[in-house]
Write a protein that binds this ligand. Structure first.
Ligand SMILES: *Cc1c(COP(=O)(O)O)cnc(C)c1O
Length: 455
């Protein structure tokens, strides 16, 4: 007899993963190595050490170790908000009148309001273990900065956050959460770094970009004794830490003998998507199972669906290593009316390579349709989703409606990465009917591609 599936599938604390899973180990063709921009040779741990914590630099370059033990200090922090529930979206299914079964892995149950805490606590732990004074980082919408400030206060580390200027001004409450946890928050581009001064001089009045804030944070880390730079997405180490999402999702599904058919995640830099899908992709790569995997990105920042697979700079100031990824060019800045997050110009090199190998498909969606999906979800499932997460909701709904047409009882799993309480200006625009869509023209993209380095 089929077991009745509860609304929320909780795992026991003891069922929380003991190890992170590194999907690169199971990939026959590995992601292209990151390159030193000066020599164009693959970077070494020694070259990364002045920027990253040593242990994290090792994780970054490790393509072969399938599992990494999660240190007990990190697990004990995880216990405060993990395992996170896998929720059966019964109410949404009913509303859509679909035979599909919809599940979402909810990562918004912590103060940072997103999955980013999973990696923030790991990165703060390794910085502390190395005896550092503090870390520097950038934040766009503010979720990463918030997560990192929480993690740093837990391990008593100094936390310096360069926040993209338009968010700093539009999201004062995010800023105050970070300051409450003890972080120092500087709007970027600032006049506190050489690169910030240069960008301000070149583009007077600019409201900043993620790529530019990254450059400032890296400079701040390398010019202060006892500091390193940490990043909340894109990097392979971040995907490794985020694998707890997918590992828990698989364990929860197994409890009720459910086999996922479709796995969906939103894609900005690729960390939640990579973390959610890694264990599923591992099963595909080892020939154990088949899944349809879908990455969802904004039509206004379409790196997978319209970008080039090429080596590119990870930041505007071109101080970071070069990564081979699907990219729109490091100078790409999404249109000002884009509200939904996921605005990074590139994509995790792991996700990019998996996409290139055909292991996942990608879709781009327009922001008004994303907010319509968010509203529909909020009204029946009770959670007010982050706009980023709502990209995944949109495609989960699309897939469930296809099942309605075909009568198929597919199991759809998507990542609900966070809550949207700090995105009420965007929701307000949507509610007032003032939200528009913007899709960059081919011409605009070509202009941006012209800045790709010749590697
Ligand atoms: C940062 C963030 C994302 C996008 O980042 P990825 O690295 O692509 O996962 C998605 N959802 C939420 C709630 C976020 O905070």
């Amino acid at each position: 007899m089929e077991k009745t599936i509860p609304y929320k599938i909780y795992l026991e604390e003891s069922e929380m993963p003991q190890q992170w899973y590194n999907v690169r180990a199971d990939m026959k063709k590995k992601p292209a190595p990151i390159l030193n921009p000066a020599t164009l040779k693959p970077v070494t741990v020694e070259e990364l050490e002045p920027i990253f914590c040593t242990e994290l630099a090792k994780q970054e370059l490790d393509d072969t170790t399938p599992y990494f033990d999660i240190p007990e200090e990190i697990r004990s922090f995880y216990r405060m908000y993990r395992p996170s529930p896998l929720v059966r979206a019964y109410c949404l299914e009913k509303k859509l009148d679909t035979p599909a079964h919809i599940y979402y892995k909810f990562e918004g149950n912590n103060t940072s309001g997103s999955h980013k805490l999973n990696s923030a606590i790991a990165q703060a732990y390794y910085a502390k273990k190395q005896g550092l004074k503090g870390v520097t980082t950038e934040t766009g919408a503010g979720q990463w900065g918030t997560a990192l400030s929480m993690a740093c206060s837990y391990f008593d580390l100094d936390c310096q956050v360069y926040m993209v200027k338009c968010s700093y001004e539009q999201k004062p409450f995010r800023r105050e959460v970070m300051r409450t946890y003890g972080a120092k928050v500087t709007p970027s581009p600032s006049m506190t770094t050489e690169i910030g001064k240069k960008i301000n001089a070149e583009f007077p009045g600019t409201t900043g970009s993620l790529g530019c804030a990254i450059s400032e944070a890296v400079e701040a880390a390398t010019t202060q004794e006892g500091y390193r730079y940490v990043l909340g997405s894109v990097l392979s180490q971040v995907l490794l830490h985020q694998s707890v999402i997918g590992l828990e999702a698989i364990s929860a599904l197994k409890k009720y003998d459910v086999k996922a058919d479709i796995v969906i995640g939103c894609a900005g830099g690729g960390s939640n998507l990579g973390g959610l899908i890694s264990p599923f992709v591992g099963e595909i790569l080892r020939g154990e199972n088949e899944y349809k995997i879908i990455a969802v990105e904004p039509a206004s920042c379409p790196s997978l669906t319209r970008g080039k697979y090429a080596y590119d700079f990870c930041d505007t100031g071109k101080v970071c290593p070069l990564a081979k990824m699907y990219t729109l060019g490091s100078g790409f800045i999404p249109s000002a009316n884009h509200a939904g997050g996921l605005r990074y110009h590139g994509m995790s090199s792991v996700v990019s390579e998996l996409y290139d190998q055909g292991l996942l498909e990608a879709r781009s969606v327009e922001q008004t349709s994303v907010f319509e999906a968010a509203q529909q979800f909020a009204r029946v499932e009770g959670i007010l989703p982050a706009p980023e997460s709502s990209h995944a909701i949109k495609v989960a709904i699309d897939e469930a409606l296809k099942c309605k047409e075909t009568g198929e009882e597919k199991n759809i799993v998507f990542g609900l990465t966070g809550t949207g309480y700090f995105d009420m200006v965007a929701y307000q625009k949507f509610n007032d009917g003032e939200m528009g869509d913007y899709i960059p023209t081919d011409e605009e993209l070509e202009k941006s591609f012209a800045s790709l380095p010749n590697v």
